[in-house]
Design a protein around this ligand. Sequence first.
Ligand code: GTP
Ligand code: MG
Length: 206
Amino acid sequence: MRSVADTASGERIPRSVKFLVSGGLGAGKTSFVGSVSEITPLRTEERLSETGEAIDDLSHIEDKRTTTVALDFGRITLASDLVLYLFGTPGQSRFWYMWNDLAVGALGAVVLIDTRRFDVSFAAIDFFEHRGIPFIIAVNRFPDSEPYTAEEIRTALELDPEIPIMTDCSALEFESCREALMVLQEHVMRRVAAEAALVDAVGQRE
Ligand SMILES: Nc1nc2c(ncn2[C@@H]2O[C@H](COP(=O)(O)OP(=O)(O)OP(=O)(O)O)[C@@H](O)[C@H]2O)c(=O)[nH]1
Ligand SMILES: [Mg+2]
């Protein structure tokens, strides 16, 4: 994260932070980045191929015609001193090798969940847990999805108690996506503060 700095002219440079928007196939990642971005988002959509259809579960998303083959990219100024660069991950399992590159330098992730298909979410959750990248869960509410409480979702996804869960996100609405990013930003700040306190405590013991 670049820190806020004053230039020679006295102009303040906002911090720029990289966040990922991730989740299972068809969870709404491209929609999320497109809804919240203040610049025209970069998309890499291609027709869903038969090769992928044979591997990935398309139940509940039978109408899906295209998929992200590399990444989505967008930007939002969350506050006058904070600009977020958003990278959406591809959904099909044959493009998951991209995730490692996309995760370089990322400070956090929104993991979008489609509660009609909890099972496709585990790969994203495992990915961020194993790399120690802070993430939040945002349930993208599709019209035919059951409402679940945060605790039901926490249990279904076996999430640690400190991971924030937003139960009613809409990847199609700017305000909802912005709120999810604010929840993630606060979560990242709490993690940074907790880690700094731990380093202090260890330093004092030595
Ligand atoms: N009703 C509703 N539809 C949504 C919502 N979010 C996404 N969709 C629809 O779901 C479909 C898939 O959305 P995408 O944003 O392409 O999902 P994705 O996660 O990027 O998909 P992949 O890149 O293939 O993994 C699109 O037809 C969207 O319009 C939502 O919040 N509500
Ligand atoms: Mg996509």
